[in-house]
Ligand binder design. Structure first.
Ligand SMILES: *Cc1c(COP(=O)(O)O)cnc(C)c1O
Length: 396
């Protein structure tokens, strides 16, 4: 890797099978799109690419929202964009914290001057409508933040009823869909999500570096009614949207190649069909679950609350969690995530996101895990591969 005799080794990471919490695998067409000739960021051809990207993002977000664009930075910047545009100093904001990403949202609210009300969740369980109703009885927030798929725990948060409750209290709803968009339904308009952000590198299977956001009319009205300027120049949505819409005013140089790649990744989702893609994610999760159950391993989250896209699997007693991950990477090129936050050192986080949600990935991962656990001296109950195979055989 390092320079020898004044020259550097050619860049060659080797083959990787990305089954961690993101990035996920990219389709060959997305790699190809990244290599297309650069244009200027105001080139008429590129403006067409931007317009396609907006149309395709509305498709995956299932929304008609005008303001639907990718922010030029990672998912965390999508989070920060939504917060810094909506929160003014002194505004009350309720954040439901069920893991690392809810906590990140809470930190951002405080940094942007919001008066934070933290609702702590039980580890590994979603928030109930009653918990949110109770919290709202004691405050009058402008905004309520939730994480749809909390990547640190693998919990999928049901949203519809909670959104109704939040709207009864006349607050806006902000939802983190970084680890769910493209992998499981996110119905922005039907559910009434006011503000929402995602990340390019998870279930959308584009390279990291872009954060799609979508805001409805209510959210845009809240922004235009601000008394103070947004406290970030780079993430100020009115400035950014003047480039993405209408006058095409220069704001920052768009990351042209990343936007090519995102457009192609979204075209692939559109070609497959959103519902078909969601069904594929659900099936591969079911097969993976059958395999993990058969092997006698445990999930962190109870079955009804699991996200199909990201699942912490508990590392059995006596097994070195990090050593298994190292072997999987060295022997198979498989990347799994380690435990994050409360699960550090205790679990593998297995992502079945976007292009990584495939039968061949599930079978290889289960087989490799089985072999590696035996090599580490842990007896596996039954074959995970056989159990997963039975699920695929039963599926239409
Ligand atoms: C990955 C992730 C983020 C942060 O995205 P980055 O691209 O790493 O900045 C935020 N929220 C959730 C739920 C995530 O999974």
């Amino acid at each position: 890797m390092t320079a020898r005799n004044g020259s550097f080794a050619p860049l060659d990471p080797g083959r990787r099978i990305l089954m961690g919490p993101g990035p996920s695998d990219m389709h060959p067409r997305v790699y190809q799109a990244m290599g297309a000739p650069l244009t200027g960021h105001l080139d008429p051809y590129f403006i067409g690419v931007m317009d396609d990207t907006k149309v395709l993002l509305r498709y995956v977000f299932q929304t008609e929202n005008d303001l639907t664009i990718p922010i030029s930075a990672t998912g965390s910047a999508g989070m920060e964009t939504c917060i810094c545009n909506l929160v003014e100093p002194g505004d009350e904001v309720l954040v439901c914290v069920g893991g690392v990403f809810g906590d990140r949202m809470a930190q951002m609210v405080e940094r942007h001057g919001g008066r934070l009300i933290r609702l702590e969740g039980a580890s590994g369980r979603p928030f109930t409508p009653d918990q949110v109703r109770e919290a709202l009885a004691g405050c009058r927030p402008k905004l309520v933040g939730l994480v749809h798929a909390e990547t640190s725990t693998g919990v999928l948060q049901p949203l519809e009823e909670i959104i109704r409750i939040v709207h009864e209290h006349e607050a806006l709803v902000l939802v983190d869909t970084v680890a769910s968009l493209g992998g499981t339904p996110v119905k922005v308009d039907e559910w009434g999500i006011d503000v929402c952000y995602a990340g390019s590198q998870k279930c959308l299977s584009a390279p990291p570096g872009l954060a799609p956001v979508t805001l409805n009319e209510r959210a845009c009205t809240a922004i235009s009614g601000r008394k103070t300027p947004v406290d970030s120049w780079y993430l100020d949505l009115s400035l950014i949207n003047a480039y993405w819409d209408g006058d095409r005013v220069y704001h920052h140089t768009a990351p042209v190649s990343l936007i090519y790649a995102l457009r192609e990744a979204l075209v692939l989702i559109h070609e497959e069909g959103l519902a078909t893609g969601h069904a594929r994610h659900a099936l591969n999760y079911e097969a993976f679950k059958a395999g993990i159950d058969a092997m006698g391993l445990g999930f962190f989250v109870d079955a009804p609350h699991r996200a199909p896209t990201i699942n912490p699997v508990l590392s059995p007693d006596g097994v070195d969690e990090a050593s298994v991950r190292r072997r999987l990477l060295e022997d198979y090129g498989i990347e799994l995530g380690g435990g994050l936050g409360a699960l550090k050192g205790k679990a593998w986080r297995v992502g079945l996101m976007g292009q990584s949600s495939q039968k061949d990935h599930v079978m290889l991962c289960l087989g490799a895990l089985e072999e590696t656990l035996r090599a580490e001296g842990h007896e596996v109950a039954e074959s995970g591969v056989a159990a997963a195979s039975a699920v695929y055989a039963d599926s239409p």
